[in-house]
Design a protein around this ligand. Structure first.
Ligand code: SF4
Length: 481
């Protein structure tokens, strides 16, 4: 299993492996030993798609080099969901494409695929890298189509999922093989997104927002905590909208979290707080439109919820926010940041911005830089706008040349680098609670796994446990303890 992309895709990979194990199939970390390789792709932006395509070709090439041409190659994930038809034409090397609704059926699909061997990918002449070498006559994928049990009238396209938006959502008892360190886990509380952001194609790939029930999420967290997990990272496309799709009176895309109306993230956090055990919980991917005083107060009162808020803002200029269809405004965002910092003293704010969105003027970019300087986000990432086929923004006039995008990216990042280094230096002398990832590497509550900074420990500490350490200095983004 090669899983690319975000934590949400990683959870899908974990579920796919869980379903494989449930059927009594073994998992191996050595690709050359495997009878089936799965590339779990990402299609977030163009560079992610390129990386996914490279990974597929590389896996195919390796099976030739390892003389494992009987090995099956399955492609799953966002890119498969969205572009299965096109990919099937381009990549006859792939034995099966599976959609996001089929992640829990991988075991079954693998069994069916293996029963059909040998397939035409065992033909040695087909171990070249690019599909262009191959005669894509469609017969190659007949195995994949049958494996998916989706027959179509014309007997050609079995990729039924490519036309429908996914609806699957895991439950607490969905078999899962965790790929994260034993002490840290992702819990997907919802899937899909109801927002109309003009640059984004995720809703087209992942479908409408659908929340798991609070009971399901709590049962999963209880299980993880009882296994010794110390860090629970709550994820979804829009974590603050959690539960609101379950309200009897439907909540619109700008509605704030309000527990009087039905299940909410705030109510869920209060329940998580009641779970016995030594752990912390982190919120990732919150949307600025749904924050409310209730949610801020809840986090302030729940000491198991870390003071860390991941809140992608994408821009600050009102005209840009309008064109991006972000359903927020400068005023709303500035007020919200003020409330977050006042309501949760010491909170770490992480955000992301997009530079070079179509029509972004020098003045609009300058107002973003000014906002970055003034707000001093503790954590900040910058994306260069990516023109995504099928998105509204892709058709907008005023697409910005790559050279300008690169320059804007460099300027924004250099401003933030200074701010982040300064913030790190200010931590010297403080005593922090750390979660130890490796004997000499830990993270504070201000550091989400994989995306943020580290704390380098001079004296080793037990892995997977919390430790209190005094910060003695910093090195770039990292702290020294
Ligand atoms: S909130 Fe916007 S950017 Fe985020 S997944 Fe939904 S549509 Fe995409």
């Amino acid at each position: 299993m090669i899983s690319l992309g975000c934590a949400k895709n990683l959870v899908d990979a974990e579920i796919m492996l869980g379903s494989v194990l449930q059927r009594g199939i073994e998992i191996t970390s050595r690709a050359e030993d495997a009878d089936v390789l799965v590339v779990n792709t990402c299609a977030f932006i163009n560079s992610a798609k390129e990386e996914s395509i490279e990974a597929i070709f590389e896996a195919h090439q390796q099976r030739g080099l390892n003389k494992r041409s009987d090995q099956k190659l399955i492609v799953s994930g966002c890119m498969s969901q969205r572009f299965a038809r096109e990919l099937r034409e381009e990549m006859p090397e792939v034995d099966a494409f599976i959609g996001l609704d089929q992640v829990a059926q991988l075991g079954e699909i693998v069994e069916k695929l293996l029963r059909k061997r040998p397939t035409r990918n065992s033909d040695k002449s087909r171990t070249g890298v690019h599909g262009s070498m191959l005669n894509a006559d469609g017969s190659m994928l007949s195995v994949g189509r049958r494996a998916l049990d989706v027959d179509s009238d014309n007997g050609d396209v079995g990729l039924a999922f490519a036309d429908t938006r996914p609806t699957y959502i895991p439950d607490y008892d969905t078999p899962r093989f965790r790929l994260t360190p034993a002490h840290s886990a992702y819990v997907k509380i919802a899937e899909g997104c109801n927002h109309p952001c003009s640059f984004c194609v995720i809703p087209q790939m992942r479908g409408k927002h659908r929340s798991r029930t609070p009971q399901s999420v709590l049962a999963e967290i209880r299980g993880l905590v009882s296994e010794g997990v110390r860090e629970i990272n709550l994820i979804s496309q829009d974590t603050t909208y959690y539960g609101m799709d379950l309200w009897s009176a439907k909540a619109g895309p700008r509605q704030p979290v309000d527990s009087r109306r039905g299940p909410t993230l705030a109510a869920l956090l209060r329940k998580i707080q009641e779970i016995d055990g030594d752990f912390w919980v982190r919120l990732l991917y919150t949307h600025p439109a749904h924050w409310s005083d209730e949610l801020i107060d809840t986090i302030a009162q729940c000491d198991k919820v870390v003071r860390y808020i991941d809140i992608p803002l994408q821009h600050i200029d009102d005209s840009m926010l309008g064109r991006m269809r972000r359903e927020t405004s400068r005023q709303h965002i500035e007020d919200l940041i003020h409330k977050l910092r006042a309501g949760m003293p010491g909170v770490t704010l992480r955000t992301t911005f997009i530079v070079g969105f179509p029509g972004e003027t020098e003045a609009e970019f300058a107002s973003l830089l000014d906002f970055i300087r003034r707000t001093r986000f503790e954590r900040l990432g910058v994306f260069k706008y990516s023109q995504e086929e099928g998105s509204r923004a892709a058709k907008m006039p005023g697409q910005i040349p790559v050279k300008i995008q690169n320059a804007r990216y460099r300027i924004a990042m250099s401003i933030q680098r200074e701010i982040a280094h300064e913030i790190a230096r200010e931590k010297t002398g403080r005593e922090l609670k750390l979660l130890v990832d490796q004997p000499h590497i830990a993270r504070s509550e201000a550091d989400a796994p994989d995306v943020d900074a580290r704390v380098i420990l001079s004296k080793e500490a037990p892995v997977g446990e919390f430790a209190w350490r005094a910060i003695i200095g910093s090195r770039g983004y990292d702290l020294l303890a």
